[in-house]
Design a protein around this ligand. Structure first.
Ligand SMILES: Nc1nc2c(c(=O)[nH]1)N=C([C@H](O)[C@H](O)COP(=O)(O)OP(=O)(O)OP(=O)(O)O)CN2
Ligand SMILES: [Zn+2]
Length: 136
């Protein structure tokens, strides 16, 4: 029996959307208030979906405590209460859009998770703006 389990987490982080190869005018025109040189913050809501076979002995796809610890150790510790542009190696050269943050989180967890599982990341940047990776 194959099904999906989910773990919700959250982290707070600051960022600035900016393309260094563009002029100031173009950055302002495209990213608007998100290009504020003094940064701005979001309360990110993260949903990690793991799909796999239910183990016949435990009844688990994956122990959700194990999944929680994996996310905390590898994602929350890295990004919570950080300035993504300034404090993280991942976004030094990569624009910290919700799309890019979701891909980075996916790739971090993918490396840690057994290949027998499928993984999907949903990231809410605001209550109304969210992204999903990989796409359905
Ligand atoms: N495709 C994307 N578009 C936008 C992203 C993004 O990551 N991917 N990010 C932003 C900004 O980070 C911005 O801070 C979003 O905030 P805001 O526009 O204030 O979003 P709200 O949902 O709070 O806005 P309402 O006006 O209340 O709907 C912009 N675009
Ligand atoms: Zn923003």
């Amino acid at each position: 029996m194959r099904l999906s389990v989910y773990r919700k987490e959250h982290f707070n982080a600051a960022h600035r959307l900016h393309n260094p190869s563009w002029s100031e005018e173009q950055n302002t025109a495209v990213f608007g208030k998100c290009n504020n040189p003094n940064y701005h913050g979001h309360n990110y809501e993260l949903i990690v979906k793991v799909t796999g076979e239910v183990d016949s002995e435990t009844g688990y796809v994956i122990d959700l405590k194990t999944l929680r610890d994996l996310i905390h150790e590898n994602v929350i510790k890295k990004f919570d209460h950080k300035n993504l542009n300034l404090d993280t190696t991942e976004f030094k050269e990569l624009n910290p859009t919700a799309e890019h943050i979701a891909v980075v989180i996916h790739d971090i967890l993918r490396e840690k998770l057994d290949a027998k599982y499928d993984l999907k990341i949903t990231l809410y940047e605001t209550e109304r703006n969210f992204v999903e990776y990989p796409a359905s």
